[in-house]
Design a protein around this ligand. Sequence first.
Ligand code: DC
Length: 222
Amino acid sequence: MTPASPMPEVIAIDGPAASGKSSVARAVAQKLGWTFVNTGNMYRAVTWAVLDTGIDPSDPAAITAALDRMGIDFKTEDGETSVCIGGKTLHAELTEDRVNKAVSLVASVPAVRQKLVAGQRALTRLGSLVMEGRDIGSVVFPHSRFKFYVDASEEVRTARRQAQGHVDQISARDRMDSSRKTSPLVTAPDAIVIDSSHLSLAEVIDRVLADLATRGLTPPTA
Ligand code: DC
């Protein structure tokens, strides 16, 4: 008889814009063989759809009314999820300047959050996940045993975005993301905080893996 499959686990990696959390989460997922989920891309995809259909991103009622017609779907490729809108998988569109500008507004609409959070929770059907975002440890999976908050100074984060060639209103987005009414960016009380301002990506990944190891979670040996 095959043993019952263990309950899927979720590692929550939250933090502000350009803190490096996505790269850390992807690397940790690859090490463990778990699925990587970038929830920022989900909010970006909805924002792209809002803009693409000519909806005013500052009109929550219009966004709410259009949400179910957008055909939001997730698919998994190479160990990570990507977002489709009406059957189209979005990549470069997600970091367009207009999306960077409008995403915090769209992400503050309660109906958008409800729909995406439900989708995020349902992804445990894929097995264990490493999920990055703003509210993963506080709202989406508050019972997760593994929560990290990756931070970095505003100067370092702005420089990282510039190095990626993107124009991004980091501080304006942080302000909006931290002050919105529904699931603002907060540090979950039981999260391990890592300030990555003076650490390399490899060092942050090592810290996360070292902490997981102290709690009995180690990558499978090849
Ligand atoms: O991580 P990012 O910069 O790609 O996220 C884009 C925006 O999406 C961010 O400004 C806030 C929003 N977001 C959110 O509200 N909740 C999440 N779990 C992830 C992102």
